[in-house]
Design a protein around this ligand. Sequence first.
Ligand code: ZN
Ligand code: FE
Length: 241
Amino acid sequence: MAVTAQAIPMLSDNYSWLLTEAVTGKIGIVDPAEAAPAIAVLEEAGLKLDIIFLTHHHPDHVGGAEELRAHYGAKIVGNQADAHRLPALDVPVYEGAMVEFGVANARVIEVPGHTQGHIAYYFADGGLLCAGDTLFSMGCGRLFEGTAEQMFNSFGKFADLPDETLLCCGHEYTQANARFALSVEPDNEALRARAEEVDRLRAQGLATLPVSLGVERATNPFLRARSAEEFGARRRAKDNF
Ligand code: ZN
Ligand code: FE
């Protein structure tokens, strides 16, 4: 496992993910909302930052990127199609691009829905999917710019990733998502077990992430939707839940 991930809490419920490539010691961060919490974690561990991966342009995902680049001379990676509304990109990327990260690579997956220019990063060596605000544990991002069909198709691009893949997403929304998920599938045993686990973790103030795609495939009502229509109906129901 070359690449491992650690959640850094930011703002009220955001997670930025600190990535370590164990062979070369390269350090990356995904979606730094703020610079200070990242600098604190890096300094505590005696580390420097090499690369900043951005999933989409929302301020709670890019807010700390410029300051971290200035502080460490790190490179910023983001979707070239959204360059006009992201911090200046050192590494503009697109569907299928491979971003070198030490001996590992991040594969770029375009996942429009939450925003049109949203991308995810898949690290095969380490089995990590950094999905921003596309896929949450038992939930998914709001459709601010895209359609239900686009988001449904975006989820389809995750279908060939292994069950063991660890989902590293942008927010700790899991407990609220579980309540909605249980309203959709009250008799889903895996979902009930996961909801109980999440309640225990949150009662202890612990993160519910990362979570495996296998667990999400068994519990997430959005990932389990069989059609764009069903997905759309569930998303609308969640908006009003
Ligand atoms: Zn967002
Ligand atoms: Fe967000």
